[in-house]
Design a protein around this ligand. Structure first.
Ligand code: G3I
Length: 440
């Protein structure tokens, strides 16, 4: 290890240890999120400042309005990132995956877009996408196009209109998102799908067009109260089965269910398991939870005084005692890492078995692997020659991020003058050794 890497490794070890102690001191670890350690995430939205109790419940973040184009750029070329920064930084600092919502949508468009030429419109859409991606490079998921069936972008002709595929403007949007945000998982998002086989089939046509071009990584279904409140679990299963035929992971992206305490509880009890246990569902995001701060009345799960409604208490108990499935059947692993020489090789082990070896580039890159194996996971450095070092950002399992520096097992870090000589908390590997990321 050269001296600068040694100091970086030592510095990070000290910083990370004190950060972890700080969290313990403030009680931040006292209440783990509902789906912590599960193979799927259970997330929620953040509007404005992150609520103090967010991390008591949720382990994925979507911005409610702050990521929409009219919120970011209300005046042409004057970007307003403040609230999006707050949501993104909160997600990053807690190790929660962040899902941008949204790039191309026919609602909450900036008012000035309508007055421009087609060429200027396309330029401005790409500019928004490019600037977003530069500012938030660690974004895990993006709702690239929102509500294509119900609320298509007013400027869609400028992006290619229907064209030869019938949906060229969507293809264009995903191409730009892929180009500028190459490491994010790109999603489409729509409402009224879980309850309507006709809309579902029209949605699948768009998904297949994108899939055949390698442009889409998952399918979002909003699942708001107006679709969910009176929906039979058998219909949920049937429609999820149909959507899963695309071969892409499904993200329940904006779930809410309404009612007085008893009605809402019954609805969660009856319908949530059909979503959570479906093997095609990779994550669930609820659309608000605090009374007075949800877009529709009686969908909240925490009252103004901070107490839980019965549906939330049930949800917590249910998810904590239910692993879900699909996660278990098919785990999507991302190891985000870099080397310093371009010759470093790392091996992913699951339950002691070496399942994949990658040669790392010099910039942070997502290395992906899908497995049905279970057991302890490690990322092991197997090529320790002079001037070689590995920095691991995180390992994620079905989108649920485990930061390297938060792990207590690191036998490859150089600390206190020797290999494995410290607390172990570090995202660096210099010596032959591994970072343990817990059970898959
Ligand atoms: O910011 C202004 C504020 O300055 C003004 O005083 C106030 C009074 O009208 O309005 C505020 O803007 C409101 C904004 O929410 C922020 O609170 C808008 O009027 C209101 O229309 C907007 O509603 C949002 C809605 O999207 C707009 O389409 C909801 O908060 C948001 O939850 C909702 O989210 C959508 C998803 O993006 C897509 N799927 C459906 C979902 C529910 O409609």
């Amino acid at each position: 290890m050269n001296t600068s890497h040694l100091f970086k490794a030592l510095g990070r070890a000290v910083v990370c240890t004190s950060a972890a102690l700080g969290m313990l001191g403030s009680g931040g670890l006292a209440h783990a999120q509902i789906a912590v350690g599960k193979t799927k995430f259970l997330g929620n939205i953040i509007a404005g400042n992150p609520p103090g109790n967010f991390s008591m419940y949720w382990n994925q973040v979507s911005p409610e309005n702050a990521g929409k184009w009219d919120a970011v750029e209300p005046v042409r070329d004057q970007m307003n990132w403040g609230q999006l920064d707050a949501a993104y930084n909160y997600a990053r600092s807690n190790g929660f995956p962040f899902k941008q919502h949204t790039f191309v949508w026919g609602s909450q468009e900036p008012k000035w877009i309508g007055g421009l030429s087609a060429q200027q419109q396309a330029h401005e859409v790409e500019d928004f996408i490019r600037q977003y991606c530069q500012r938030y490079p660690q974004t895990q998921y993006i709702d690239v196009v929102n509500e294509p069936l119900h609320q298509p972008a007013s400027y869609r002709e400028a992006l290619g209109g229907a064209g030869s595929t019938g949906w060229d403007w969507i293809v264009w949007s995903f191409q730009k998102a892929r180009q500028h945000c190459p490491t994010a998982k790109l999603l489409i998002n729509e409402y009224g799908i879980i309850n309507d086989a006709n809309a579902l089939n029209r949605y699948k046509v768009i998904v297949d067009i994108l899939k055949s071009r390698g442009l889409i990584d998952g399918v979002g279904i909003q699942s708001h109260y107006f679709s969910m409140d009176n929906l039979a679990p058998a219909t949920i299963k049937q429609n999820l089965d149909s959507l899963a035929q695309t071969g892409l992971p499904i993200y329940v992206s904006e779930l809410d269910m309404t009612g007085d305490d008893a009605t809402q509880l019954a609805r969660y009890q009856q319908k949530f398991p059909a979503l959570w246990t479906h093997p095609g569902v990779a994550g669930v995001t609820l659309w608000g939870y605090i009374e007075g701060q949800t877009w529709v009345a009686n969908s909240h799960l925490v009252r103004r005084d901070g107490s839980e409604r019965p549906a939330l208490t049930w949800l917590g108990n249910y998810v904590r005692s239910n692993p879900g499935s699909g996660g278990a059947a098919n785990k999507s692993i991302v190891v985000r890492a870099r080397g310093t020489s371009g010759q470093e090789r790392v091996t992913l082990r699951v339950g002691g078995t070496a399942v994949q070896t990658w040669t790392l580039g010099k910039t942070m890159t997502n290395y992906t692997f899908t497995t049905t194996l279970s057991g302890g996971s490690t990322v092991e450095f197997t090529n320790d020659a002079t001037g070689r070092d590995v920095q691991v950002d995180y390992l994620s399992v079905n989108g649920s991020v485990r930061q390297a520096e938060s792990q207590t097992y690191n036998t490859g870090v150089y600390q206190n003058g020797r290999c494995g000589g410290g607390s172990g908390r570090s995202d660096w590997l210099h010596c032959n050794g591994a970072i343990g990321f817990g059970d898959l």
